[in-house]
Design a protein around this ligand. Sequence first.
Ligand SMILES: [Ca+2]
Ligand SMILES: [Ca+2]
Length: 252
Amino acid sequence: VGKFNWHSSYSQRANVNDWFQQKFLYNWQISGTGQSTQSAVSVAGAPFLGGLKKIVASGSPGSLTISAGGSNPVTRNVAVGQKDEGMFQVKLQAGSTEHIDISSITFKMNGSGDESSDLDSVRLYQDVDGDGLLDAGDIQIGSTLTGLSDNDSLVFGGINERIVWGNYETWLVVYDFADGQGEGDTYRVEFQGSANVTAVGATSGSNITATVDNDLIIGSYATLSTMWAVWPWGWEMIIRYPKKLRLMLPVR
Ligand SMILES: [Ca+2]
Ligand SMILES: [Ca+2]
């Protein structure tokens, strides 16, 4: 087996944002002769492509901008014991210079509810369709967090997520509420600024300090309520907001 490596040196006159790629598109682009037979050999395997390389300015690596997602869950009531509840959506936008690789991101829980008793687990997803809801096509990022404390930090470390240059992803924090816990209490998630994300430029290798709106993004409150009750005369939907006010709507 023979292997060929292509090496390129780029001149000082290369322009920032120029990009380069090696492509082997057709089998006829390589020809050879068998050493014993002296016959032309057949070549197979095309096409294949090398990775894109992009020229970046020395000392000016790429960028990462984090903002509230366009479909961030709104202030609302959520049923006690609700699972797979989308709580907080952020948008991660890479600049046009280079891909951005994220190895850790940390969120912060807040609200009157005691997350140590009221949550079974918290997960982070790439919200592929960007709708602020957990659906089948969304992709989990990092590990499921359990054994949480009240107002705990949510550390998704040891991850390896690439935001492609010039593109963005939306990420979604998802709660599994514990059964029978937290009625009337509130819950929300925050992203407390650039110190809470670890990122490097994929080409430059430089540490990237994210740009965050006001260095703080705050999600909306979800309030837990017992949404439904069964009575001898039928079902009733119960809305409790705030704690003391209880409104019962007959559902026929
Ligand atoms: Ca709390
Ligand atoms: Ca989704």
